[in-house]
Design a protein around this ligand. Structure first.
Ligand code: GDP
Length: 203
């Protein structure tokens, strides 16, 4: 039975080269989980590989675990199962889906990604946020502006404050990440799922 497992779809949008595919790949991987607490009562799909996130503080505070259950390379969709705050959810990521899928509005969440080292990608992110906002998705769905490649300090062209104020003006969340040095990647996953759940409650 799949009772209790909620499944969510998240669209990952942004200019080419900003790290969308790397980010989704990083969501799918983590340190292998050796110790596994059976008292949590997780269902165990066959061939499940368990992973824990690498950030111990997130793990303790948010009771956050993720594990990979499906990898569907042919459709380009990748899913990860996350146990957060005692609740299990499956999140499927769609990397740069076609326009008609974006405008359908049946996703539960959107990650709009730009590179802090690429001004053009920031402009593209603004266009995306504008479109999501105008379509009314921002009010009902989880929308997160992701400033990736934060490790490239010397080639930074988009200051943190600019990203933050763009997110504020389109009423969405903001996070700075680096897939390169695995900074804030699990935090993004936790924030995304938290926002999705909040918006579902108020839907
Ligand atoms: P996509 O076209 O948006 O899917 O971007 P990719 O995931 O293919 O990444 C484009 C390039 O940026 C690749 O060479 C990645 O290794 C690199 N990249 C992705 N994330 C980061 C990051 O946080 N820091 C750095 N320095 N490079 C990154």
């Amino acid at each position: 039975s799949s009772a209790g497992l909620s499944a969510y779809r998240v669209l990952v949008l942004g200019a080419p080269g900003v790290g969308k595919s790397s980010l989704i790949g990083q969501f799918m991987t983590s340190e292998y989980l050796h110790a596994y607490d059976t008292s949590i009562g997780l269902r165990l799909p066959r061939d499940t590989k368990f992973y824990s996130n690498s950030n111990e503080s997130t793990q303790k505070e948010a009771h956050f675990w993720k594990y990979l259950i499906i990898t569907d390379d042919e459709s380009g969709e990748r899913s990860v199962c996350v146990l957060l705050a005692g609740e299990e959810s499956e999140i499927t990521f769609l990397d740069s889906p076609p326009e008609h899928v974006i405008s359908e509005g049946c996703a539960h969440g959107y990650c709009v990604v730009y590179s802090t080292a690429d001004r053009g990608s920031f402009a593209e992110a603004e266009r995306r946020l504008q479109a999501l906002w105008a379509a009314g998705h921002t009010a009902r769905r989880a929308v997160i502006l992701v400033a990736n490649k934060a490790d490239l300090a010397r080639s930074r062209l988009v200051p943190t404050d600019e990203g933050k104020s763009l997110a504020t003006s389109y009423e969405c969340k903001f996070i700075e990440t680096s897939v390169g040095i695995n900074h804030n990647v699990d935090e993004l996953l936790v924030g995304l799922l938290t926002q999705i759940r909040l918006k579902q409650q108020h839907a």
